[in-house]
Ligand binder design. Structure first.
Ligand SMILES: Cc1ncc(COP(=O)(O)O)c(C=O)c1O
Length: 459
């Protein structure tokens, strides 16, 4: 936006540097808004949608956001769960429940690997509650980045990282090229680390698997290589490496070749000063986008302290830092959804939650399989699909010499009534479309791909 009128006002002159710098980019909103009006098939929305009967027993034929059926009985709730302030870091019981959940998601065997679980339990902080994963990203980026400093991220990333890191904090993003053909480009990641290490005393990285916008999840082999690379780099440079692990889409992995748990756990096991921070939330994990409840869990190294007592004190100090941040920004988070999360785990139990979610995950898996199979049938040298095996999206690259993504998005919408999100950042080697198959019914996928193919033939 140009701010033509605002700039002429005394209000603008009174703005801080941040006030002048910040704005809401129109990319996704522009295309999603147009798709709503113009499209017959809409693949712009980053939330899972389906026919209710496909994910709830006895559900209707209405097209609606996928949800866990267990939540519906909690909307007639006690005043105590809605009105009072919650403590700054969040409801203690919800935090403890989520800590257990983080432990469970390590997939360690509760009986056979009891010792490992106990070790893990010691190594992680009790999660602090944030206003969604976005707020966790904001808090962590702000805690580690001064204006002008670098954070390393793949070139294909959630656009809001740029808003938070560049526009809000005034820090810089060192992009690495995400893929070399069908694999993660580890050379490019290594190069980025070497460049950053020459100008600052710490390395901050943000990783997000399953990834938005590509749906990429590392294969088991790649997962190991990423961990080894970071270990090597830390030993070589002897500077702390903080890895912000954005686990927004954590459970939605559809291929058995891909890593089936967050990379947070492997990084935590390393002796080196590689500090993983896990960001997750009820948003996508429990299908409650509007709930705005996320969690920050820090991974600590036992060598930082001499004994368990010191470890507990260290945890308290970290908690204080994070709570200081929350207090200064949002004060505390939504009470109702913290209480609801707690009730779901306590009263319904994890097995029931998972059973309900599995229905949604299976819907998404079917779409993932079909959309990839349909795309594979297109024989066109000007397109390629990024490796994908999870999440809500996939990314179709277009040859920039033949087709520009924005022009393609516009053409697809006008002529074929298909809404997707074009992404055109040629200086970052990005030119393609993000397809949110999470919000397209299985039955429409062949037609979607047919229309994309027709549109491609027009160029
Ligand atoms: C990669 C990624 N991280 C974080 C978020 C934000 O999650 P939340 O809605 O919990 O703030 C999104 C939402 O689209 C996302 O795609």
């Amino acid at each position: 936006m140009e701010f033509t009128y605002l700039q002429k006002t005394p209000l603008y002159n009174a703005f801080s540097e941040l006030g002048k710098r910040i704005f809401l980019p129109d990319g996704i909103f522009y295309w999603a808004g147009r798709a709503k009006k113009e499209a017959e098939i809409i693949g712009t929305i980053g939330s899972a949608f389906g026919y209710e009967k496909d994910f709830v027993d006895g559900g209707s034929s209405d097209w609606m956001p996928c949800y866990l059926t267990e939540i519906s009985e909690y909307f007639n709730v006690s005043i105590q769960d809605v009105v009072p302030y919650v403590s700054i870091g969040g409801l203690n019981e919800t935090r403890e429940i989520w800590k257990d959940w983080v432990l469970k998601k390590s997939q360690l065997d509760e009986i056979k690997e009891k010792d490992l679980i106990e070790k893990l339990e010691k190594q992680i902080t009790t999660p602090i509650i944030t206003a969604g994963v976005t707020n966790g990203i904001f808090q962590c980026s702000s805690l580690f980045l001064n204006p002008g400093e670098f954070i390393i991220a793949p070139n294909k990333r959630w656009g809001n990282y740029d808003n938070i890191i560049k526009k809000y904090i005034g820090a810089k993003i060192k992009s690495f090229t995400f893929f070399n053909e069908q694999n993660i480009d580890l050379e490019s990641l290594e190069l980025a680390i070497n460049e950053v290490v020459s100008v600052q005393e710490k390395i901050i990285i943000i990783l997000n698997f399953p990834n938005n916008p590509t749906g990429y999840v590392p294969s088991k082999e790649e997962g190991k290589e990423i961990v080894l690379l970071l270990q090597r780099q830390q030993r070589k440079h002897n500077k702390p490496i903080v890895v912000i692990v954005d686990d927004a889409y954590e459970p939605y992995v559809y291929s058995s070749d891909s890593i089936n748990r967050s990379i947070f756990y492997d990084l935590l096991q390393l002796e080196e000063d590689i500090i993983p921070i896990k960001l997750d939330g009820v948003t996508k994990e429990l299908l409650m986008y509007g709930g705005r409840i996320g969690f920050i869990t820090l991974g600590l190294k036992s060598k930082w302290v001499d004994n368990d007592q010191e470890l507990e004190l260290l945890k308290k100090e970290i908690e204080n830092k994070l709570e200081g941040f929350t207090r200064a920004t949002i004060s505390n988070c939504n009470h109702f959804y913290q209480a609801l999360t707690q009730k779901l785990f306590k009263e319904k139990g994890i097995d029931k939650i998972l059973a309900s979610r599995t229905k949604v995950k299976e819907l998404l898996r079917e779409r993932y399989e079909m959309i990839n199979a349909e795309l594979a049938k297109i024989d066109d040298p000007n397109i390629s699909i990024d490796p994908n095996s999870g999440g809500f999206f996939l990314f179709l690259n277009l040859n920039p010499k033949k087709i520009k993504a924005n022009e393609f998005g516009d053409h697809l919408l006008r002529k074929y009534k298909v809404g997707i999100i074009p992404m055109e950042k040629l200086d970052e080697q990005i030119n393609g479309i993000r397809i949110a198959y999470c919000s397209i019914d299985l039955s429409k996928i062949p037609e979607l791909i047919k229309r994309i193919k027709l549109a491609l033939n027009d160029f």
